[in-house]
Design a protein around this ligand. Structure first.
Ligand code: UTP
Length: 294
């Protein structure tokens, strides 16, 4: 039965070693894109896609994420006294759009293990996974694009992009066959390989930051042994699912930034900075001048 997608899981328990030293004391998901933490973009994408319940998989030293999705009476009093009550209403409306739950992954055993923690939250429903590091700017939220594909085929969907050959070894390459006559660039996926050695990749199509899954994945995850890096890999479980039942892939519209990397964080800030209603113009002028000095 094809059900409405109401739930999303955001795995955000990783240590973030690529973002050291800051990640020693600031969760990478709380690093700002201009003035909002990265995780708030993911939660907004979920709510913009019709999701009502979001579960963030979190870990020790990451309480700041929970505080962000709470009200803050101290600030409210000061802002209201300054006649900025509209701002208070706006942020309260933003954090109150839906339910945001938090659950700790007590040991960092990998992305697959993080998703396994969501089993009782998910129950018998389809659910979206928004990888905590991946911010995607798009016209239609990517989670909504994947949910539409799920509604068409009733199968789990991987969010895909074509990736240059040299970069494929960092991603998960898909064994994929194009769906003829499909409105979107959609594929039937029959297998996948995580971080393929050169020559072992199936295609240049790789999963980038979003998948839509069904609860059958949990039984497979329970049995999945640690794979690459000694971690329980979500892609190992999805590969087994794809081989057994087949799944779909959708090349989504949108630009993706890897917020788990220093370059990705800076690039996302530049892209959002030039559009920002308060500082966009001044920042663009600064960039133009700065570029002349490079
Ligand atoms: P990454 O492998 O990119 O995250 O996992 P990481 O381990 O934090 O990064 P580095 O390599 O040390 O810098 C992809 C996503 O899965 C989450 C991460 O938070 C990230 O959003 N994750 C990873 C978990 O929630 N739990 C884990 O055990 C591992």
């Amino acid at each position: 039965m094809i059900r409405t997608v109401r739930k999303a899981v955001i795995p955000a328990a990783g240590l973030g070693t690529r973002m050291l030293p800051i990640s020693r004391c600031v969760p990478k998901e709380m690093l700002p894109i201009v003035d909002r933490p990265a995780v708030s973009y993911l939660v907004s994408e979920a709510f913009d896609s019709g999701i009502t319940d979001v579960l963030v998989i979190t870990g020790r030293e990451k309480e700041a994420m929970e505080d962000y999705f709470d009200f803050s009476p101290e600030y409210d009093a000061v802002l209201t006294a300054k006649g900025r009550g509209d701002e208070v209403k706006a942020y309260r409306a933003e954090v109150d759009r839906g339910n945001v739950f938090f659950l700790r992954q007590k040991e960092k055993k990998g992305l697959g293990h993080a998703i396994l923690q969501a089993r009782s939250f998910v129950g018998e429903e389809p659910f979206a996974v928004l990888y905590g590091d991946d911010i995607i700017f798009s016209e239609t939220p990517v989670t909504a694009q994947l949910a539409a594909s799920y509604a068409r085929y009733g199968r789990p969907v991987a969010g895909l992009k074509h990736v240059p050959a040299a970069d494929l070894r960092k991603f998960c390459s898909m064994k994929a066959e194009a769906i003829p006559g499909a409105e979107r660039e959609e594929y039937a996926i029959s297998d996948m390989i995580e971080k393929p050695a050169p020559g072992r990749e199936y295609t240049d199509l790789a999963i980038l930051g979003r998948v839509l899954l069904t609860p059958e994945i949990f039984d497979i995850l329970e049995r999945t042994a640690p794979g690459a890096g000694g971690e329980i890999q979500l892609t190992d479980a999805m590969a087994e699912y794809a081989r057994r039942y087949g799944m779909m892939g959708l090349v989504f519209e949108g630009e993706r930034f890897d917020l788990g990397s220093k370059l990705g964080l800076l690039a996302a800030n530049v892209c959002e900075g030039v559009k920002h209603p308060e500082i966009g113009e001044a920042f663009t002028a600064f960039l133009r001048e700065f570029a002349k000095t490079l």
